[in-house]
Write a protein that binds this ligand. Structure first.
Ligand SMILES: [Zn+2]
Length: 549
């Protein structure tokens, strides 16, 4: 059995932690008394998931990522929440006379015995990571005991018979709309009035999914309820407004941002859920290939210059930024960030958060960071001329600046910055690379079906010199909410700013020309990366065409 103390040696032999990181973890362990493995996770040297994977590997038990796993209700019904929590396991699935459970420690015989005794079935174990474990248990049992669809159904029937919802019904309805979003891991909730009904949609893995259909009589009530929560003027219905509130659910606090616009059928509401669980991943697990990962690693070690990460909203830029920070030697370089909002807390990094009403924005932060003896500055986003200029100036004065821009591909970031009145010479001399990215949904492992590509499909691959004969189609099943997909992976376009590109930027050469030249020099466009992933069976052709078509 892999003891928690030994985990440090294993991580070191795998190159996942350095001697220095282990030393610091050991010193902290002596102060706090926490297990070394836990300290390493707390310090952000390894993620909880990585610790789980190492435990799994050591014990020869398969690892399951609970974030990408849908627990079956039948399995949950077999054992109570108390029993699960007491014995630190989570029921996963049941079938063929077997029960699958997830355990956080390989030697958890108690869990296996308990499940075998209670269910009279054979027990199959998987390793799950401890951080996700508690959250998963809480959510799974809560929704088993409080089936949202049935409760909503009841309120809808009531409203249809009485004609108007009560105050309590409005509060629960609003709560359930939000809870269902949290259950689905949605990033946004859309509450849309139509002539006959109000429709609720959820954005999950980047795609809208139909959620609920509510009686029209409930719309104004829900809208008002959300506006009150968001500290928005409820009397104003003719103008767009925005606000924010936090929603507490199962011992966790979720930050929600509210936006309203007046449509011809009433106010349309969009809630963005900021889960506060930005993921801490290593560069190699984001979806970049090995060569790109190595190239990016090298970039983030540079002493100065600007690295831009670009992409539309929800393209995983923040996750890439956090994994980039893990590549920076945080014990030797002073890193300051300004984010909107902070999505993941990192040890040794001085993180700050934009606060508009106090006037603390990216530009103000950037200006003041210079007096904090920085080595690396992360500016959450370049939104205006001032921030753009601060980023360039900081890099020219010897700092590494990591920041993001909202652009659709790598090369268009150049004219965007020029539009912000950034000097072409300074831009060309400070820019190291532009990483543009999008997220592709991965085909669901539970319902994917293999098939042979037809000639038309083969031609799509040949366009990029890829020979592919077969791949997967997604069918849709209960586990993936009938979408056919589960989890996402990055596809990226990386523009390395070498001397020739610098020259082109300085000369003011057009973006399409730079792009063409970059491709001949090896920049791989999004679609090419996507088709490679379809050929590998990670995703489907349809998904590649949807995201990068
Ligand atoms: Zn499926």
């Amino acid at each position: 059995m892999a003891g928690p103390v030994k985990i440090g040696d294993i991580l070191k032999s795998k190159g996942m932690v350095t001697d220095k990181q282990l030393d610091i973890a050991f010193i902290q362990h002596k102060v706090t008394g926490d297990l070394i493995g836990d300290v390493l996770v707390k310090l952000g040297f390894v993620s909880a998931k990585e610790r789980g994977q190492i435990l799994a590997e050591q014990s020869g038990i398969e690892f399951i990522d609970l974030d990408e796993y849908a627990i079956s209700d039948e399995a949950l019904k077999l054992v109570s929440k108390d029993v699960s929590l007491k014995n630190e396991f989570v029921p996963l699935d049941v079938g063929d006379g077997k029960v699958s459970i997830g355990i956080t420690e390989p030697g958890n015989i108690m869990a296996i015995d308990t499940v075998a005794r209670l269910t009279k079935k054979q027990v199959k174990t998987y390793i799950v990571d401890r951080d996700t474990y508690y959250d998963t248990i809480e959510k799974a049992y809560y929704f088993l005991e409080n089936p949202i669809y049935q409760q909503m159904e009841k309120i809808i029937r009531n409203v249809l018979s009485t004609g108007a919802p009560s105050g309590n019904e409005l509060v629960s309805m609003t709560d359930m709309i939000i809870m269902d979003g949290i259950r689905k891991n949605a990033t946004d909730i859309h509450i849309t009035p139509t002539p006959d009904v109000t429709q609720v949609f959820y954005r999950v893995d980047g795609v809208l999914q139909f959620g609920h259909c509510l009686p029209r009589a409930i719309h104004i009530g829900i809208t008002s309820r959300i506006k009150i929560l968001g500290h928005i003027d409820i009397a104003e219905t003719r103008l767009p407004q925005d606000g924010a509130f936090s929603f507490d659910f199962l011992n966790k606090s979720y930050d929600l941002r509210v936006s309203t616009i007046p449509t011809i059928y009433g106010e349309n509401i969009v809630l963005r859920i900021l889960s506060g669980k930005g993921t801490l991943l290593r560069m190699e697990s984001l979806g970049f290939d090995a060569a790109e990962t190595a190239r990016l690693r090298g970039l983030f070690q540079k002493p100065y210059g600007v690295i831009l990460v670009t992409g539309p909203t929800g393209s995983g830029k923040t996750t890439t930024l956090y994994s980039a920070l893990r590549e920076v030697n945080l014990l030797e370089r002073n890193v300051l960030t300004v984010e909107d909002p902070v999505e993941y807390k990192l040890s040794f990094v001085k993180q700050t958060q934009v606060l508009d009403r106090a006037g603390y924005d990216f530009a103000l932060a950037g200006r003041n960071f210079m007096r904090q003896d920085p080595d690396v500055i992360l500016l959450g986003e370049i939104r205006d001329e001032e921030t753009a200029k601060i980023a360039i100036r900081a890099s020219i004065t010897g700092h590494l600046v990591i920041t993001t821009l909202h652009t659709n591909d790598a090369v268009t970031s150049i004219p965007r910055l020029v539009d912000l009145n950034v000097d072409k010479y300074l831009l060309s001399s400070s820019l190291l690379a532009i990483v543009s990215q999008r997220l592709l949904r991965k085909v669901c492992n539970y319902c994917k079906t293999g098939y042979s590509f037809n000639d038309e499909e083969k031609a799509l691959f040949r366009e990029f010199g890829i020979q592919a004969e077969s791949g997967y189609k997604s069918a849709g099943c209960a586990r993936c909410n009938n979408t056919g997909y589960m989890g996402r992976t990055v596809i990226a376009e990386i523009l390395l700013v070498d001397d020739e590109v610098k020259e082109m930027i300085y000369e003011g050469i057009s973006a399409p020309t730079i792009k063409e030249r970059a491709i001949t020099k090896g920049m791989r466009p999004f679609k090419h990366h996507g088709m490679l992933k379809a050929a590998e069976g990670i995703t489907t052709i349809e998904e590649v065409l949807r995201v990068a078509g």
